[in-house]
Design a protein around this ligand. Sequence first.
Ligand code: ZN
Length: 155
Amino acid sequence: MSTVGSLYQEVILDHTRKPRNFRILSEANHKAEGYNPLCGDKVTVYIKLDGDRISDISFQGSGCAISTASASILTETLKGKTEAEAEALFERFHDLVTKGEASLGASPGRPELGKLAVFSGVSEFPARVKCATLSWHTLKAALSESGGIAAVSTE
Ligand code: ZN
């Protein structure tokens, strides 16, 4: 394991042990539930959208280390971002976990991944891609519904 690899693992473990924004957001005006049947990961994403800005975001659920850490880092990263910024980051993140480090660097003008970069190793484990992207698909479903509860499944 390289130094960068173990640093990344530390960050993932930290977010698994102490998930950030892990709570029900009572003032949420967008919400969705996601399920990854391949692994059994479940996540509910709560969003308080002010205009097109995510003023607050939280999640609840149960799942593997990757899915929990991904949801935790997602909420930390997207608080204060606009819907458009969130979508651009999702695209970027999706490229990272499916194509790996090769997707980094060569794309000027694309948003910075910041802490999301810790998931680059996921690209070596295709079965884990859905664990890493579950909360993002759920986020997208939450943003596109209005009022009710959207449900997504990765299959
Ligand atoms: Zn999982």
